[in-house]
Write a protein that binds this ligand. Structure first.
Ligand SMILES: NC(=O)c1ccc[n+]([C@@H]2O[C@H](COP(=O)([O-])OP(=O)(O)OC[C@H]3O[C@@H](n4cnc5c(N)ncnc54)[C@H](OP(=O)(O)O)[C@@H]3O)[C@@H](O)[C@H]2O)c1
Length: 340
């Protein structure tokens, strides 16, 4: 006997990837239901070689379902996640709504799989922000060896991180720059995104940082270690899929770059591509559709005592969202909700 699974937000970027990944990884599901808003009632979405027709989340009866993968944004999650959880269905949520709730586990299965066990308090598990997920996969094995003191991270985040509208805006604006009469003003983003970069993701905080930057700090502390100091600059770039990050890491003790490379090669979820030659590193277009977090450009930072620099790239719709959510479901199945 397998699981009865709900995918909420099945018409979205993340929801579609969740369906793909459930099928690709042969998640042991007896039934998969696709939900979205009323706007999408009857819309067809693919699940492996099957086609599912979307149902309206409003009024959906979650009782009898084991796991619900949510990717519908914070406002709708606030409305529907408690209903699903109350009906006995474990919600694995992609929005930021529950990530900082001390009674809700925030999980990256390569890093803190045991935290899944804490789902029982609210029947909800949170998935981290896309930039955090790939970063902590890289940090954890290094932290286990040499204890990280501080991380300076700059992100280069793709437009798919801001949903379907983000992808459309980059596409339409790029076309509009070449076709007279089709120019497109910024709508989803605060400035032109085509052929530009924007150092602003999510709202501004009182201290001048943005909420996206704050999320990377708070989530790294919750998932890996509260003692790690993180300072982040998050930047939107005109890339469709795949987030990149430049990481500068300061350790308590010396960690040689060759040893770091070996540790990362052995670490779960990581692929090291680091050839120190033209093209011997990974860029976002190459990571699309992949499960791995790719690490390149590993090198000593000689300006501090115990420092390393590296380049980290991953598919934000996969490791940054849908894959991580499915991995949480798999971990939950193995540790807590055994079936069959
Ligand atoms: N994209 C990423 O890299 C990423 C990474 C981590 C987390 N997330 C989070 O994942 C969530 C979804 O992101 P996305 O990129 O997939 O967005 P998206 O492509 O814009 O899709 C949004 C989905 O939410 C559904 N939805 C919106 N309002 C709804 C409502 N009131 N009731 C029911 N369904 C509703 C939409 O259904 P309709 O088609 O019917 O409108 C659609 O299926 C967000 O919380 C986002 O912050 C995204």
């Amino acid at each position: 006997m397998g699981y009865k699974v709900v995918v909420a937000g099945a018409t979205g970027n993340v929801g579609r990837e969740m369906l793909n990944i459930l099928a690709e990884r042969e998640f042991p599901a007896d039934e998969v239901v696709a939900l979205a808003s009323r706007r999408s009632l009857g819309t067809e979405v693919s699940y492996g070689d099957k086609t599912l027709k979307c149902k309206d989340i409003e009024g959906f009866d979650f009782s009898g379902y084991d796991i619900a993968l949510f990717a519908i944004g914070s406002d709708a999650t606030k409305q529907y996640a408690p209903i699903a959880a109350k009906a006995g269905c474990v919600v694995i949520d992609n929005s930021s709504l529950y990530r900082y709730d001390p009674e809700i586990p925030l999980v990256v299965p390569e890093v803190n799989p045991e935290a899944v066990d804490g789902y029982t308090k609210k029947n909800i598990i949170a998935n981290p922000n896309c930039s955090t997920a790939q970063m902590v996969v890289a940090l954890k094995p290094l932290h286990d060896r040499a204890k990280i003191k501080r991380v300076v991270v700059s992100t280069y985040q793709s437009v798919s991180g801001s949903g379907k509208e983000g992808i459309d805006e980059l596409w339409d604006q790029t076309k509009g720059l070449y076709v007279p009469g089709q120019e497109k003003e910024p709508k989803k983003f605060t400035k032109q995104i085509a052929f530009n970069v924007i150092p602003h993701i999510d709202v501004f905080m009182e201290d001048g940082s943005t909420k996206e930057e704050w999320k990377m700090v708070a989530e790294t502390k919750k998932i890996v270690d509260p003692s790690i100091k993180v300072t982040a600059t998050c930047v939107r770039v005109p890339v469709f899929v795949g987030h990149s990050e430049s990481l500068n890491i300061e350790f308590e003790e010396f960690l040689d770059e060759d040893e770091a490379r070996d540790i990362l090669r052995e670490a779960p979820g990581i692929l090291v591509v680091d050839k120190r030659e033209d093209g011997g590193y990974v860029t976002p277009v190459e990571c699309v559709g992949d499960y791995a977090t790719f690490i390149s450009r590993i090198r000593q930072d000689s300006t501090i005592e115990n420092g390393l620099n590296l380049w980290c790239v991953s598919d934000n719709l996969r490791k940054g969202a849908a894959l991580n959510a499915v991995q949480i479901a798999e971990t939950l199945g193995k540790r807590c909700l055994k079936k069959g």
